[in-house]
Design a binder for this molecule. Sequence first.
Ligand SMILES: [Zn+2]
Ligand SMILES: [Zn+2]
Length: 383
Amino acid sequence: MLASVRAMSGNGDVKVRAAVSRGVGMATSVEELVLAAPGAGEVRVAIDACAVCHSDLMFLDGGWATDFPVVLGHEAAGHVVELGEGVDNVAVGDRVVVSLIRACGECRACRRGHDVACTGDLALRNRSPLSDLNGDPVAHGLGTAAFAEQVVVHRSQVAAFPDSVPSEAAALLGCGVLTGVGAVTNTAQVGEGESVVVIGCGGVGLSVVQGARLAGADPIIAVDPLVSKQESALKFGATHATGPDDTADRLTGATGGRLADHVFVTTAAPGAFAGATGLLDRMGSLVLVGIPAEGVTFDIDPGVLAVANQRILGSKMGTARLAEDVPRLVDQYLSDQLDLDGMVTSTYSLDEIDTAFAEARSGEAIRTVVVFDHSGHTGNSTR
Ligand SMILES: [Zn+2]
Ligand SMILES: [Zn+2]
């Protein structure tokens, strides 16, 4: 034990157990990998919880291309165990949300506050900190790879949160809730009394519903083919819930004949995009949050859009800035305005990850979370 710690401390690498995906449709294997020490501006974080996001499934199921083998997982919470040179936004021991949003702080996008559009040349964009025991590289899924006991990420990918927030709840602030609430507040800037339609009521869709409620939107029409998800949407603050075929009727019924100020498409299902612009009122905005498989397209009539002065807005990760959005969401959670606990449907260990993926894929869960037990582990231990 002592010998192995000493051997590893030579170059700062550690061994971690991680869920490795080796190809589309293949079962995941939990393996021991080598995680490189954090470089300048990077941090090493022990993961306490990581939720399954639809984006993980898109890679696993071949909707989006990725390098294999890969460790996925990008909606996480953990605690900082090591700082690379020049890191001053967090300290060892801090509990942190871990996200895929990585911002250099210096490029044009970052200087304008557009962290999600950062183009900075960061070391982690060019190399993975993960390799197998033979020294062969393992891809750093979504720049995070948090279905693992520990991660190395850029300092901008973490934001501290207080002890009063459970890890499972905090993890959701790394992607799903950040994306959904951010789409409402940052991307669309929904105002009080504006009408909102939310197409798709998974974890991101329910977060849009919560964000719309926090913004004072009314009505909030939630749309999903599954009755169970319609019921969830009503619990999280939708004023109406319906199946896809009745959306226009429910909307005009609730507004006295008007169409929507904002339509959010939060699902990746190709059929959800067709007809979405037809729900927009004059001056309305269509907000594209869900990212469908590569190659999916939909038709718009530019003349209608121009005459009605409508907008189409892409919303990557809710146009979020981690350092500002996470503290605000934590405050809303701690003051009972934002429900995170109710979004955690179930928890699994790392060894049960394929069950967690299957549950998330089934569409019945809101958020399935992989939790890690570090008892008996130390920061540098391999076992
Ligand atoms: Zn995600
Ligand atoms: Zn940048």
